[in-house]
Design a protein around this ligand. Structure first.
Ligand code: SAM
Length: 217
């Protein structure tokens, strides 16, 4: 059995046991992987990947020239986390809920320049997405970017949530050559973080209750 077939089987079995968490019956394809990491280079610094699954984006990042020791892989599923740790021994693999990201001690040698998310944010409660984004931007350096793909027709992060965190979403591209077809968005801060805003963001860690969870347009 080839690695790809074994990965496809592992992924399918994981989906059978946790369909909401895994959210797809098969790993992302090459076209989506290329789109997700297109703006990342060997100069990006530390890259955090959320929900790597069998590591298709991880492979693409390595092909793009990102050093394996500059990768932090955050995966909730034990079946995936064990395999990632074996396959990418120089990367830091952490088995945890990405909603706890803010508490992750990084000890990274290079600042975090990008976060690549394969998380199924559309099937997550708004409070959880809030915690993930808030934690992610507490680690990202100024000017860093959070990349998220979606099978939906628009950005999967709601406009009120982006507004609340001072973020903006920019469409990166779309690929039909994936099952199912998918789009990628880059999420960045609207303007450089000032010290007062950093304080404001941590105060916002407990999400407000007045956000309706509609998609951003
Ligand atoms: C749609 S799959 C994407 C996998 C891979 N990135 C790909 O594109 O093939 C979602 C992944 O996110 C992981 N995941 C889901 N919820 C998570 C959470 N709260 N924290 C960390 N990982 C999570 C799942 O275990 C799965 O590996």
């Amino acid at each position: 059995m080839t690695n790809r077939t074994a990965d496809a089987l592992l992924f399918f079995r994981a989906w059978l046991s946790a369909p909401l968490r895994v959210a797809s019956v098969t790993p992302s394809g090459r076209a989506l992987s290329s789109l997700m990491i297109a703006e990342i280079t060997s100069q990006t610094g530390t890259v955090i990947e959320l929900g790597p699954g069998t590591g298709v984006f991880t492979d693409a990042l390595l092909r793009q020239g990102v050093a394996e020791e500059n990768l932090v892989l955050v995966e909730y599923g034990a079946e995936f986390a064990n395999q990632l740790a074996n396959r990418f021994p120089a990367a830091k693999t952490v088995q945890m809920d990405a909603a706890q990201l803010r508490k992750l001690p990084l000890h990274a040698t290079a600042p975090v320049g990008a976060i690549v998310s394969g998380l199924p944010v559309l099937s997550m409660p708004m409070r959880k997405v809030y915690a993930i984004l808030s934690g992610a931007f507490s680690h990202l350096r100024h000017g860093g970017a959070f990349y998220q793909f979606t099978y939906g027709p628009r950005c999967p992060i709601s406009r009120p949530l982006l507004d609340r965190l001072g973020l903006k979403a920019t469409y990166v591209g779309w690929t039909f050559a994936n099952i199912p077809p998918a789009a990628v968005y880059r999420i960045t801060q609207r303007r450089p973080k000032k010290p007062s805003e950093q304080r404001h963001q941590s105060e916002l860690f407990d999400p407000p209750t007045d956000l309706s969870y509609g998609p951003a347009r």
